[in-house]
Design a protein around this ligand. Structure first.
Ligand SMILES: [Zn+2]
Ligand SMILES: [Zn+2]
Length: 502
């Protein structure tokens, strides 16, 4: 930007006189306006760049400096600083405030990788460096003037909704952890370059973000701004309560759980979200968000499923882990979670099939191994569900996980208990035994072909009349299709109902 020495004299770097009227204060000749969604620090760095002076020195007075010492002034500036910056740059204070993170929860926003596994295993080693950020390479590649988005500086953000990309927090070339330059820096501001190796971040190819994560990410940003998160089936919960809830839920997955159990949970999530969606090492913030997205999608059933799968402790213990929780939030969480997840107690009279599954020679792992090599999908599904029950999962949860009604799983269990594992795995072929099936097949085959095709009801009634057995209409229809003397109907041909037909 061209500037003359005369301009320099318009820049006031000294203490003002106290009674100086605001309107007469000099303004900088800069014309740099913020881009959409830009972070305050990014804008200030771009603003100060042509002057060759650090933003601190250019825009702030000595009396302001004190306000910048404590905390995170560029993301949450003191109102007086906002005024000061607006005045020095000749912009609207509301616009300046829009570049900051004031509305959200401070502690929650500042922690980089908030939803990553690391936070739940070794909280003390988490980076609390407030200038850490993660960037979207596609956004940077598209920028005529590269800049840092405000949302990239929120600690828990992990995806770019515009490009469906997972943000990168470290240089793919040298591993440097990206951060916003200090506002005392006089270096060129180049957010599209790695500060260490000068790699062009816009050329990096980030992972594609899953739709479920993008959608949850959006809802989190909205909740952060509005202060309320919509929990499915539960209504609005306040943002701090929502964050505490996410901690408890993700903590249940990560804290003191065994790797094999977590793998089972991740397998299940990938079963719904697509193979490989979580990756080999789902410990990052992005994966944490995906785990949350899966659980919230099926709230509240899936939180119970998840904890049952990882064999986590009961709810009250889960909450006790979080010593620092505010008492009000703890009570709210307890009330909310106990409503969907009462303290479990063991039934006195255990079901009669319980002994069979509990004493099955195959343990859960072996049943799963069998499922892995079984040719038939229905047998695989049953083996997996039985494996869950064998491992102690409640029936309702195992059924939910298998995608069947609990009553169906009970039928499998009872059949297994009565006739062994294989009878639990195989589909029931109707109620007819071999001889009866042959008899009825013959009767169907001999039907006169010069009459309208028989209806399933006729077969069903005949079976009831001959053997006193009730078969379903589907079974009857299958028998007709298989043994009837009529020309086979094409599946795609529309079925005409005529009077003769009924
Ligand atoms: Zn982007
Ligand atoms: Zn680098």
């Amino acid at each position: 930007m061209p500037w003359s020495e005369k301009d320099l004299f318009e820049v006031e770097l000294l203490e003002p006189m106290v009674d100086e009227p605001a309107a007469h204060r000099p303004r900088l000749p800069g014309q740099v306006t913020p881009f959409a969604g830009e972070a305050l620090a990014s804008w200030l760095l771009r603003y100060a760049e042509p002057f060759g002076i650090a933003p601190d020195d250019l825009l702030l007075r000595n009396c302001d400096i004190e306000r910048t010492i404590h905390g995170d002034w560029s993301r949450r500036p003191h109102p007086a600083l906002i005024e000061r910056l607006a005045q020095a740059t000749g912009t609207d204070p509301m616009m300046v405030a829009g570049l900051t993170l004031w509305s959200g929860d401070e502690a929650a926003d500042d922690l980089r990788d908030r939803f990553s596994a690391l936070r739940f295993r070794a909280a003390s080693t988490m980076s609390r460096r407030q200038r850490r950020m993660a960037v979207c390479p596609h956004c940077l590649a598209e920028d005529a003037t590269p800049y840092v988005r405000r949302d990239w500086t929120v600690g828990w953000t992990t995806v770019c909704p515009d490009h469906a990309a997972v943000l990168i927090g470290a240089c793919p070339e040298c591993g440097y952890r990206l951060r916003m330059p200090a506002l005392s820096s006089r270096d060129d501001f180049a957010p599209d370059r790695c500060p260490r190796c000068a790699f062009r971040l816009g050329t990096a190819s980030p992972r594609e973000a899953h739709d479920a994560v993008i959608s949850l990410h959006r809802r989190l940003l909205e909740a952060r701004d509005s202060g309320a998160f919509m929990l499915p089936g539960q209504g609005a919960v306040s943002w701090p309560v929502a964050l505490a809830l996410f901690d408890v839920v993700l903590g249940a997955v990560w804290i003191d759980t065994r790797l094999v159990m977590r793998r089972r949970l991740f397998d299940r999530i990938e079963g719904d979200f697509g193979r490989g969606s979580l990756g080999n090492d789902p410990t990052g913030s992005y994966e944490g968000l995906m785990i949350l997205a899966w659980i919230l999608e099926g709230w509240p059933d899936r939180v119970r499923t998840a904890i049952a799968i990882v064999q986590g402790p009961r709810l009250r213990r889960q909450l006790e882990r979080w010593h620092d929780l505010d008492d009000g939030i703890r009570q709210t969480l307890l009330g909310m979670l106990l409503a969907i997840w009462p303290d479990q107690k063991h039934p006195e009279d255990r079901a009669w099939w319980r002994a069979w599954i509990d004493n099955l020679p195959e343990a859960g792992e072996q049943l799963r191994a069998r499922a892995a090599i079984d040719r038939f999908p229905h047998r695989r599904a049953r083996l997996l569900a039985l494996a869950d029950v064998r491992d102690g999962m409640p029936i309702e949860l195992a059924a939910e996980a298998a995608g069947v009604m609990p009553s169906t799983l009970y039928i499998w269990l009872k059949r297994g208990a009565a006739g062994g594992l294989d009878s639990a795995l195989d589909r029931q072929r109707g109620a007819l035994n071999q001889a009866q099936a042959v008899e009825i097949a013959q009767w169907i085959a001999e039907a006169p072909t010069n009459q309208p095709r028989w209806r399933s009801n006729r077969v069903k009634n005949e079976v009831l009349r001959r053997f006193g057995l009730e078969i379903s209409l589907e079974v009857a229809a299958r028998l007709l299709r298989k043994h009837g003397p009529w020309v086979r109907r094409r599946v795609s041909a529309p079925h005409r109902r005529t009077h003769a037909d009924t």
